[in-house]
Design a protein around this ligand. Structure first.
Ligand code: GTP
Ligand code: MG
Length: 456
């Protein structure tokens, strides 16, 4: 990513909408934008954070392209830290295409995905963790994801990483001082200092572990949970799928084997995004297509975060149900068709339900929510004040940091010399530096930002 050129891109999603935002940034941005704007002088002389009303125009011939608002940001007080202009134009493909073409003719290059955020990062406007939070916020598809990403954007997670890194560096400085001036020259002092250092090391290690453990919860909240409805044919799986979705989406019929391929929808439950999947009934398949359907149902069950296993309560449990439950003991068990007189009471551990009449849905939803909370590491990991990461890059580095701290601890326990300990602590601090981007190469940063949205 060449920082010397001015860049432009559509920052809103392509397609028809009331408004579209085109973002421009880099050297000479204000001058180049003023050429494509009428009245150009108003834009060129606008103060930072100023808003100017006018027309985007083609400088060759002066043809008007759209009536727009232009927001002017002057370096360093902009998102990227550079001179920037954002045009709020009408959201049609024709307007956007022509506006971008005119800007490109003036010297703007089309921005690469994540290039605005990359510039913000390089110019010290944000650290890597906050930059990733912007992307996570832009991709948030449920309330839990939005809350967490906003929290990270506010800097809670960056702060936790920074505090830990600073403390490790302090620890390292103390160790190095001890290496230079061994305290055991002063009688009695050595052991005391060392036990203080060790306690501090343990404390840091536990905090890193706690952060790393929050990843499962963070990922679940950011990306949603895979919830699969499984069971034998005719149990009422598609009826339940439609009930949760509150829409007659899946075909329901008294004929066993109605659903042959799986169906999925996104639904939200108490702020969590759920990818809800209806599957083909599990049975001894008689044909190739049916066998493929059953195979897919089993594969989905294996990948699911939560399985809702359903039986027709009138028929009760048969050996296939027992086999399935032995394989997936963690499932939520649903005893369906309780509205019918022939349906006996559910056995212990089963939730009674009528997918057809919508009876028992609140209890089922509460059970799913409890499962989600448990999967997220229980109450502690869901506490608002615990910053949560949802990013596999950060998790990977955090795991390496933890391993280095554990190695440091092991060195200390084995009574190895302090310099061995110092090496591990230095390594751990460096992993934290890589998380925030204080340490890293442009090549690595290119790769990280390249995964962002266009216009971000
Ligand atoms: N009385 C009653 N009938 C139900 C209930 N749930 C489903 N049914 C009926 O049971 C039949 C099968 O329902 P589906 O939802 O298609 O069952 P399924 O598990 O998806 O079946 P397959 O797709 O064949 O595996 C339909 O006639 C539904 O109307 C219920 O709670 N009570
Ligand atoms: Mg079905």
């Amino acid at each position: 990513m060449d920082r010397g050129r001015p860049i432009a891109a559509l920052a809103t999603s392509p397609g028809r909408s009331a408004l579209a935002v085109i973002r421009c940034s880099g050297p000479r941005t204000i001058e180049l934008c003023a050429r494509c704007f009428s009245p150009g002088e108003a834009l060129a002389s606008a103060p930072g954070y100023g808003m100017v009303h006018g027309w985007l125009k083609d400088p060759r011939g002066g043809e008007r392209i759209d009536e727009v608002l232009a927001a002017v940001f002057r370096a360093p007080r902009s998102f990227t830290g550079e001179d920037s202009v954002e045009f709020f134009c009408h959201g049609s493909g024709a307007v956007v295409a022509r506006a971008l073409a005119v800007l490109e003719e003036q010297g703007f290059s089309p921005a690469l995905p994540g290039e605005f955020s990359f510039r913000a990062f390089i110019n010290g406007k944000t650290d890597l963790v906050k930059a990733e939070a912007i992307n996570e916020l832009a991709n948030a598809n449920c309330e839990a994801a939005r809350q967490d990403a906003l929290d990270r954007l506010g800097g809670t997670l960056s702060k936790a990483y920074k505090e830990l890194r600073d403390e490790l560096l302090d620890l390292l400085a103390e160790l190095e001082a001890r290496l230079d001036y061994p305290a055991d020259e002063v009688e009695g002092e050595g052991l005391e200092v060392e036990s203080g250092l060790m306690a501090h090391l343990r404390n840091c290690r536990e905090r890193v572990r706690h952060l790393a453990e929050g990843y499962i919860a963070g990922k679940l909240r950011q990306e949603g949970a895979l919830v699969v409805v499984a069971g034998r044919p005719n149990a009422g799986k598609s009826s339940l799928f439609n009930l949760i979705l509150r829409e007659e989406r899946a075909i329901v019929s008294p004929e066993p084997g109605t659903t042959r391929d799986w169906l999925e929808v996104w639904v939200e439950l108490s702020g969590y995004a759920l990818r809800l999947v209806d599957t083909a009934g599990l049975r001894q398949a008689s044909g190739e297509i049916e066998a493929e359907g059953v195979k897919r149902s089993l594969e989905l069950s294996a990948r699911a975060d939560i399985v809702l296993y359903m039986v027709d309560g009138r028929k009760g449990l048969v050996v296939e149900d027992e086999d399935y439950l032995a394989r997936y003991p963690e499932t939520i068990r649903l005893w369906n068709k309780t509205d019918l007189d022939e349906c006996p009471e559910p056995p212990p551990g089963w939730l009674g339900l009528s997918a057809k009449k919508g009876i028992g849905l609140p209890v089922l939803e509460a059970a799913v929510l409890a499962k989600l909370t448990a999967l997220s590491g229980g109450g502690a990991a869901c506490e608002k004040e615990t910053p949560r990461l949802a990013n596999s890059r950060q998790k990977h580095l955090l795991d390496q940091c933890l391993a280095a701290l554990e190695a440091a601890q092991a060195s200390a326990d084995r009574g190895l010399p302090l310099d061995a300990l110092a090496l591990d602590i230095r390594e751990a601090a460096d992993y934290l530096g890589q998380i925030s981007g204080e340490i890293g190469s442009e090549e690595v940063f290119d790769r990280i930002f390249g995964a962002f949205c266009l216009g971000k």
